[in-house]
Design a protein around this ligand. Structure first.
Ligand code: BDR
Ligand code: CA
Length: 320
């Protein structure tokens, strides 16, 4: 039985990949949208475009927060373009979001659906708002939150902070300190899963409209990340948060205490991951002893990139 899930995203090139992967590997009950890569109006339209392209129009879309809980609003046009999903020229969608807010939709679905997972691939504002409004009851209904965000080590929004956490650290703080089980999929693993030219060619060669759009999106995203960070291709950040639920063998997790840095002058938005119980060898990250502090998250420390790509390309091939 596929796992019931809501995907909360700021669509985005890699969020689009997450929607496609979730559409075939999970019981996708809805997609909620949030500010992040672009204003929420854009991320909502981008979401609808992808659902329409993939003929997933039955999946409801609920538009969410336009700004972070407390901080200044920031977007990422340097990485995702002005629309948030520059590259392919996809038609204006006929799908419209439902009238309910994202936080309201999440809260209602959590009450109605047993074992619901939340998968977050943007700033955590909607999820924090839903949790805050539910005053504890909601958290006991959610089977887990799988989020793309944070890093053990190098950041992207700053030297040490990853964009999704940096864009609303107060929301992230609420989620990590909450009672729902958290799985964190950070840059330390997502950067190891690159859309190399060969992988993009394999996707384009599938020849369908969806495959060609995916290849166009990955070409654009790869170009931006190559120029900016010298990476060999786009990092498959967001779909890996879907894999963490749908195909957990793609990743290896270790329990850890994770704190969100809310004040640091140079470290604001950092996920401070206490991995003192793992080997110091970053490549290995092998457990040596029990965690020194009580863990509040499972953090991805290793990834099987080949397994991810095999599954992902197989999934893309199923779309029209
Ligand atoms: C995250 O930020 C956005 O650029 C991507 O969509 C991803 O969710 C990576 O830091
Ligand atoms: Ca995203």
């Amino acid at each position: 039985m596929p796992i019931p899930a809501i995907l909360d995203c700021d669509t985005g090139h890699d969020d689009a990949m997450a929607i496609l992967l979730a559409g075939r590997t999970l019981d996708l009950r809805g997609v909620t949208t949030v500010h992040g890569n672009a204003p929420v109006e854009n991320t909502t339209v981008n979401t609808c475009k992808i659902l329409e392209l993939a003929r997933l129009a039955h999946v409801p879309v609920a538009a969410g927060a336009a700004r972070p809980l407390k901080r200044r609003l920031s977007h990422a046009p340097g990485v995702h373009g002005a629309t948030g999903m520059d590259g392919p020229d996809l038609p204006a969608p006929s799908i419209r979001p439902v009238g309910e807010s994202a936080a309201g939709f999440i809260a209602r679905m959590a009450a109605e659906v047993d074992g619901l997972r939340l998968i977050a691939t943007g700033p955590l504002t909607n999820i924090a708002e839903a949790l805050a409004a539910g005053s504890g009851a909601l958290e006991s209904r959610i089977a887990g939150v799988s989020l793309m965000g944070g890093a053990i080590g190098q950041g992207n929004a700053s030297a040490v902070a990853e964009f999704n956490i940096w864009a609303d650290p107060d929301a992230a703080d609420l989620v990590f300190r909450g009672a729902a089980p958290v799985r964190m999929v950070g840059l330390n693993v997502t950067r190891q899963v690159a859309a190399t030219p060969d992988r993009r060619r394999r996707i384009r060669a599938l020849g369908t409209r969806t495959a060609v759009a995916v290849a166009d999106l990955l070409d654009y995203f790869s170009d931006r990340l190559q120029r900016r960070y010298g990476l060999p291709g786009a990092s498959m950040h967001d779909p890996l948060a879907v894999s963490a639920v749908a195909d957990p063998d793609v990743l290896r997790f270790e329990p850890m205490k994770v704190d969100i840095e809310l004040r640091g002058e140079h470290t604001y938005g950092m996920t401070v991951c206490d991995h003192r119980h793992l080997s110091p060898d970053a490549a290995g990250m092998v457990r040596q002893r029990d965690p020194l502090e009580p863990p509040n998250a499972e953090v991805a420390v290793a990834v099987d990139a080949e397994r991810f790509w095999t599954r992902f390309i197989d999934v893309v091939a199923t779309y029209p």
